[in-house]
Design a protein around this ligand. Sequence first.
Ligand SMILES: Cc1ncc(COP(=O)(O)O)c(C=O)c1O
Length: 393
Amino acid sequence: MIKDWQRLDEKYILPTYGRMSIVVDRGEGMYIIDEKGNQYLDMFSGLAVNALGHCHPELLETLQHQSSRFGHISNFFYNKPAIELAEKLVEATFPGKIYFANSGAESTEAAIKYIHKYGKDKNREGVVVFKNSFHGRTLGALKLTRMEKVQQDFPAPDIPVYELAKEDLVELERIFQQHEPAALLFEPVFGSGGVQVISVEFIEGARKLCDEYGILLCMDEIQTGIGRTGALFAYQHTSITPDILLFAKGVGGGLPLGGILVADQIAHYFKNGDHGTTFAPNPIAAAVGKRTIELLEENILQESKEVGQYLRQQLQQLQEAYPDIIGEIRGKGLMLGVETLKNSDQLTLEFLHKGILVNVTNGNILRLLPSLIIEKQHVDIFIKEFREILQQW
Ligand SMILES: Cc1ncc(COP(=O)(O)O)c(C=O)c1O
């Protein structure tokens, strides 16, 4: 007998999420298959977590291998997979040291504590963030998240936070001078805030100002990281490196893992006992994460860039054909936002009826975050169905 999962979910799980009416049986590459055998093309990959799709055979092999050696071991021992992943991440980015966490919000919390330690040393306090930014939902991270709908009236810790309304280097310098904050923290491409790309000019200008005033430049690459934008991390599209890089989502290749990478020159602020967690870094997640980066480097990242360009071109053609319904198309690589001028919840449902899973954020932005293994044939299926939906609107 098939269980009534919807009823059981409602009975036993707090309703903090609305769900699509799919009971997942399994995932295969770009597809999710429900318990009735229906197949859905997954265009948001667990919100940018399944970088290599569902159940990638090489990742399964790594997972099985590591699970048969050891799973959790605590932080009292040397954890080879975690050390190897840290080495891989540092070699692929900039010289520094890593603190591992389990999730995005935990990575933000670690960054807040790090910034606090730096600030105490330099006699600075607080963080500059963008209006409408998203950095997580735990209370510290929530204080930096500037989306009213998410923030609500939850108690906020006493961290001075200065909000930058838009990319404005003059205003940023004014805040630096007036408030003497310890850090600037931003997403290089807003995720939940509607797939807004921060310009290279702003990022490079902000780096200069941070250097001039002795302020940490921190990048939240929790969503943009692990190849999403066509580079391993989005800052790599610019000429700068951040002082602190926040990562999570895809870094565990589908398993929970996050953390911060702190540049060598400021890597002395966390000492024994300053921060910690029981679970992270989970050795299985670390091993799978390292294998994910290797596979990206071998060829998947390059191929995903080409498919990303193709997807964008196809979307632009749809935009030209339906300018009354489709607004701006923005984003980078395989992190694309399509502004729809009609009710997007309806759009999600219509895609679902056509066997395609999409996500909508910030009200009316169709946020496409497919796995990086996506091929042109999947783009063609998606575009064909999108066109049919638009024709019937
Ligand atoms: C940019 C960014 N920062 C932080 C977070 C929080 O990550 P998590 O949901 O794993 O706590 C997210 C999640 O969507 C994110 O996109």
